[in-house]
Write a protein of this length. Structure first.
Length: 353
């Protein structure tokens, strides 16, 4: 009869191998139990791993667009707030000008001038609004301050042109107190209005002196196939007429004009203010349409993402309960292996001598 022998060292090494394998399996099972996905997509899915990568890449792309859309939404919302404030200031100026109609009282004229000055300050402040380091109303020139207040220079020029206009009349108008309403209306329409509305006017008395913005607005891709205008600029009619109304009021009122000429100035200022308010409202409407399109695009992107994520779960998902059970089983095996190894290490011939 022949007997064979197994050394305690061989048993101990076998246990160590078992422990190492069990530890690796437990790490993998723990990850799957926690994430609900295969720990190693390549090994688990084989040839289908490429499809999983494509799905994950598509989810990342959608997340990037949604994140970009949040910046676009912030820009649009901030622009709406600024335009609303401008519109409110314009309405206050309009109310004051209407109240002045037919009234040449000096205190009322002064109040109209103060209101116009305050309204222009509001235009300048909100027109130069910055969000995330970008000017909202600069078009694509987002790093350039769009508006510069040229009221003082333009007022001086307007009065110089008025003096020249009076001298060119037949017969010449001796003083401002002799100006008629028709003459004042003609002067404003032919000399003052083009300074703000006609871009062909020579520098420095044109709108380019006021606005450094680009007339080209920013565009943003909000989905795979949709691009929108995501900003507006200070070259719009609304802001041009806003500045025009304010400057006409402050430059020409309060100079001792007769009632007819003063009413002509007031009527033109009212007309320009209404055009300014209408223009600002139009800008708000355009931005509102862009906001709506961003919202709808985000809804569509969220729906696409949900569909793709469901496909990823179907492809990569594991039974988390089964993975948790495997973790508990491996823990028991490891504890048993550790116990056996510890007992083997305690074996010694000394105990049997």
């Amino acid at each position: 009869m022949k007997s064979s022998f197994i050394s305690s060292s061989a048993i101990q090494n076998a246990m160590r191998l078992t422990i190492r394998q069990s530890q690796n399996q437990m790490i993998k099972a723990s990850q799957e139990a926690t994430t609900g996905r295969y720990a190693d997509i390549g090994i688990s899915l084989g040839g289908h791993a490429a499809k999983s990568v494509d799905f994950s890449r598509e989810v990342s792309r959608i997340d990037a667009i949604v994140k970009s859309n949040s910046v676009v939404s912030q820009r649009l919302e901030s622009s709406q707030v600024a335009l609303s404030a401008m519109g409110k200031a314009g309405q206050e100026m309009l109310d004051q000008l209407i109240a002045l109609r037919g009234n040449d009282d000096s205190s009322s004229v002064q109040l109209a001038n103060q209101t116009a000055t305050s309204a222009l300050a509001t235009l300048m402040s909100y027109g130069n609004t910055m969000v995330n380091g970008e000017y909202l109303f600069a078009g694509i020139n987002t790093d350039v301050q769009p508006l510069t207040d040229k009221t003082s220079d333009f007022t001086t020029e307007i009065n110089a042109r008025l003096t020249a206009y009076m001298a060119a009349q037949t017969p010449p108008v001796a003083t401002k107190a002799d100006l008629t309403g028709d003459q004042m209306t003609d002067f404003i329409e032919t000399e003052v209005e083009p300074m703000f509305t006609d871009d062909s006017q020579p520098a420095p008395f044109n709108w380019a002196s006021w606005s450094s913005a680009s007339s080209q607005n920013m565009t943003s891709r909000i989905s795979n196939s949709e691009v929108i205008e995501s900003s507006t600029n200070t070259n719009s009619e609304g802001m041009r007429y806003f500045a025009l109304a304010s400057v006409v009021t402050t430059a020409l009122m309060g100079q001792g004009l007769p009632t007819g000429a003063l009413n002509a100035v007031n009527d033109k200022a009212i007309s320009y203010t209404r055009q300014a308010i209408d223009g600002l409202t139009d800008q708000q409407s355009q931005l509102g349409l862009s906001e709506e399109r961003v919202t709808k695009a985000n809804d569509a992107l969220d729906a696409q993402k949900d569909i793709i994520q469901n496909k990823i779960v179907d492809l990569e998902g594991v039974d988390q309960y089964e993975a948790s059970t495997l973790v508990n089983t491996l823990e028991t095996q490891l504890e048993t292996a550790y116990t056996i190894v510890a007992k083997i290490q305690q074996l010694s011939l000394v105990n049997y001598l």
